[in-house]
Design a protein around this ligand. Structure first.
Ligand SMILES: [Ca+2]
Ligand SMILES: [Ca+2]
Ligand SMILES: [Ca+2]
Ligand SMILES: [Ca+2]
Length: 358
């Protein structure tokens, strides 16, 4: 009997990874005429499938990968054993590969590095963390979190967008660098995750006042000190890294006797003009340390001490000195007595000699 046809194949068949499918055509004939042989005539990309000719069982012989090919349209030929054989080439197996969670999230542009000014507002967006996931759907939907952060940690991450924002006030003078780890995990089963390093450097803002180490300084200086003499070094500390502190004498510098210069972070006060005890016995200088925006004052009390401006006189400078010829070497020739103006040369010594008294 002649073969009178092969029934159409059933509709598309979906299979998942590493399973098998059976295609079957029916033949109403008998004997060899009904012996159907199957083959794949197209769509078997990269020889992914094998069809067992007598049975129509299709096996997956190479691992499928949803990320490479999501579906296959296998055209199946069924041929009976009749002479001439009857052929049906309308069989179509559509293989839809179902995604499994076989890709971990992958961070882009690691390591993540950012800088932020220490005075930004809470909520400020610092850096966008992004990971990609090769899977689909929930297997690729990512959630971000920061791992191992301590309470009070000043950064937080939006778990869906990956934006890291400032969540607590920053202070460069307390902490100027943060290194931490961000994790991305997908929503697949089982969950897959990855981590990446994040480094954030906090940049300085001039937010600290230079502060004198002492509120007041006091010292004495002799009125005959030489011009240029170092009088005192005052120091103001500014915790900002970029602040250059400049010093000046802002008041009390009568007759501009003093000068101040910045020297290795401090303000060196020197004597600019000769002092005169009779004119000023005390100076109260106000010194100012400024970083250009913020400043601090301190007071410097300088007491001038009287120099001995009157010379002593030789009491007996006019006395003749009589030297006896032949006096031995080492003989006293004359005793010179210096008497200051406020001293008296008295002849009230009980032994009859002279004494010097105030
Ligand atoms: Ca995944
Ligand atoms: Ca996958
Ligand atoms: Ca400052
Ligand atoms: Ca600062």
């Amino acid at each position: 009997t002649a073969s009178d046809g092969i029934e159409p194949f059933p509709g598309p068949i979906g299979i998942t990874m590493l399973s098998r499918v059976l295609v079957e055509a029916t033949d109403k004939d008998e004997g060899n005429n009904a012996k159907v042989h199957y083959s794949i005539i197209s769509g078997n990309v990269k020889g992914q499938f094998y069809i067992h000719s007598p049975t129509g069982v299709i096996d997956v012989i190479n691992p499928l990968d949803f990320e490479v090919t999501r579906d296959y349209n296998l055209r199946i030929k069924a041929q009976d054993g009749g002479r001439p054989p009857l052929i049906n080439s309308t069989g179509m197996v559509v293989v839809q590969v179902v995604d499994v969670n076989d890709n971990a999230p992958m961070f882009v542009s690691t390591p993540f590095q950012a800088t932020v000014l220490e005075n930004v507002a809470i909520g400020y967006s610092v850096i966008h963390i992004q990971a990609i996931d090769g899977d689909s759907g929930e297997n690729a939907r990512l959630a971000y979190r920061l791992t191992d952060t301590t309470p009070g940690f000043p950064f937080t991450i939006n778990n869906s967008t990956g934006w890291i924002t400032v969540s607590e006030e920053l202070d460069r003078e307390t902490t100027d660098h943060y290194s931490f780890v961000v994790e991305a995990r997908d929503h697949g089963v089982p969950v897959m995750s990855s981590t990446a390093d994040v480094a954030i450097t906090v940049l300085d803002v001039n937010d600290n006042v230079p502060t004198f180490t002492e509120r007041t300084y006091s010292l004495k200086i002799n009125e005959d000190a030489l011009v240029g003499t170092s009088v005192l070094t005052v120091t103001a500390v500014d915790r900002d890294v970029n602040s250059v502190v400049a010093y000046q004498i802002s008041s009390g510098n009568t007759r501009n006797r003093f000068a101040i210069t910045s020297q290795s972070g401090g303000g060196l006060i020197t004597l600019a003009l000769p002092l005169d005890y009779k004119q000023e016995r005390q100076y109260v200088l106000t010194v100012t340390a400024s970083d250009g925006t913020r400043y601090d004052n301190a007071q410097v009390f300088i007491n001038v001490t009287d120099a001995n401006t009157h010379r002593p006189v030789f009491q007996n400078s006019n006395s003749p000195v009589v030297l006896i010829e032949g006096s031995p070497i080492g003989s006293t020739v004359v005793v010179i007595i210096l008497v200051y103006p406020w001293q008296r040369w008295c002849h009230d010594n009980p032994s009859g000699g002279w004494t010097v008294r105030r």
